[in-house]
Design a protein around this ligand. Structure first.
Ligand SMILES: Cc1ncc(COP(=O)(O)O)c(C=O)c1O
Ligand SMILES: [Zn+2]
Length: 408
């Protein structure tokens, strides 16, 4: 069973039954699921969690679905890696990387889609759909295949090949829209009411977004039941960022960790930084932008949760960091060369954002820090192609030695 009671509007508080809806009829505020935390507190404990599956579903009570018939590709419970080399390079003592590159379809989006697909089946849908900057399309197509559902994934036509192939291979209908993600999202929002499909990030959004909370639970558990001093997180719509904060606080309220003092830092790339720009200007009013960035997974110009993300920055005494387009690939290479993790552009944004936060003194040497690496670099190979400089030789030892002599 699910431990949720109703949906409520984040703005006016009006309550709604748990249906495939995401916006308040009265004030257009976003809807959010409400949990019965008292009931959860009676059945959930550190011990019960530790006895659960080695996936995000070990936290099932805090997800808005009945876990029995879950659509499960084993997303989550990804490694939290102590990053000594990168820490030394940056001047930190205790740095951890949450490596969500190794999820089933190679990004954190498997977490949100596992929840959304499960809820979609509960509601009786037979078709899963999404508006995506790439990774979501992969996760939706994969989970739909697993669930025996049809899927339609809508993407901007100029996405990286690794994202398109990484979605198409599971057999969805791929709809490549001539426009930005924001155009794609508007189109899907127009369609969501009429098609009878579960659009995971539109009419299923209140359920879907909760899946990101598991990124907080896992880190807290993996750190030995404590929250980090700093979390550095890449942002597009801002949803994951807000849900990591929510998840940490839920854990504290349930008594699994001490009250949360984590400072939440949101990282974006210069070519699309509407949330970070607002936060740095000290306003919650997000001015939409037309994205022009190589961090295509983060290219949302009109972020749905931007306002709430800025509020989280304020509430947690965090900050926003904007990295240049060059720093995106520099960050990817630094991560790969120091820690052996090949992350996509979003990871480059996170690592370069982290580097800036350390150099600006926001994050201090002794601070326990977690950086979220949310997607796999094999999907965005083209941006680091200049790393490919093989030494071409004939198949002889002499040729090899000659080539090495020239090189050194
Ligand atoms: C790899 C990766 N990281 C981070 C994000 C940001 O997610 P959100 O829209 O929840 O801010 C995305 C969004 O697509 C993504 O693909
Ligand atoms: Zn409302």
């Amino acid at each position: 069973m699910a431990y949720t009671t109703v949906l409520h509007c984040r703005e006016c508080g009006r309550e709604y039954p748990q249906e495939p809806i995401n916006v308040c009829d009265f004030c257009f505020g976003p809807l959010e699921v409400v949990y019965d935390y008292e009931a959860i507190g009676k059945v959930m404990s550190r011990e019960s969690i530790q006895a659960g599956p080695h996936s995000m579903w070990r936290y099932a009570e805090l997800l808005p679905v009945s876990a029995e018939n879950r659509v499960d590709l084993n997303a989550g419970f990804t490694p939290l890696i102590r990053a000594k080399n990168l820490a030394n390079h940056l001047g930190l003592d205790e740095l951890y990387l949450k490596n969500d590159c190794v999820n089933p379809s190679y990004s954190f989006k498997d977490r949100v889609v596992s929840v959304a697909a499960t809820k979609a089946l509960e509601f009786g849908f037979d078709t899963l759909a999404c508006a995506s900057t790439g990774n979501l399309a992969c996760a939706v197509a994969a989970h739909a295949a697993r669930a025996g559902m049809r899927s339609y994934v809508f993407i901007p036509a100029d996405l990286e090949k690794g994202k398109v192939v990484g979605a198409a291979v599971y057999g969805p209908t791929v709809v490549a829209v001539h426009g930005t993600y924001d155009d794609v999202n508007r189109l899907c929002s127009e369609m969501a009411d009429n098609y009878g499909w579960a659009f995971v990030n539109i009419n299923m959004r209140p359920y879907y977004s909760e899946g990101s909370k598991t990124l907080a639970y896992e880190v807290a558990e993996q750190l030995g039941w404590r929250a980090p001093k700093h979390a550095v997180v890449p942002g597009a719509s801002g949803s994951m960022f807000t849900k990591i904060w929510k998840g940490l606080n839920e854990f504290a309220n349930l008594g699994f960790i001490d009250p949360v003092e984590t400072r939440m830092h949101l990282a974006q790339a210069e070519g699309c930084s509407p949330i970070a720009t607002a936060a740095q200007a000290g306003t919650t009013t997000i001015r939409p932008v037309k994205p022009s960035t190589i961090a295509k997974s983060l290219a949302i110009g009109n972020p749905a949760d931007g306002y709430y993300a800025v509020r989280v920055i304020e509430d947690s005494q965090g900050s926003a960091v904007i990295v240049s387009e060059e720093e995106v690939t520099e960050g990817m290479k630094l991560l790969a060369e120091t820690e052996g993790i090949f992350a996509e552009t979003a990871g480059g944004v996170t690592v370069s954002g982290l580097r800036r936060l350390v150099s600006e003194g926001v994050i201090k040497r002794g601070d326990l820090t977690v950086a979220y690496i949310t997607g796999n670099g094999l999907k965005t190979q083209e941006v680091v192609e200049d790393a490919v400089r093989p030494v071409f030789i004939e198949p002889t030892v002499e040729a090899f030695e000659k080539a090495m002599a020239v090189r050194s």
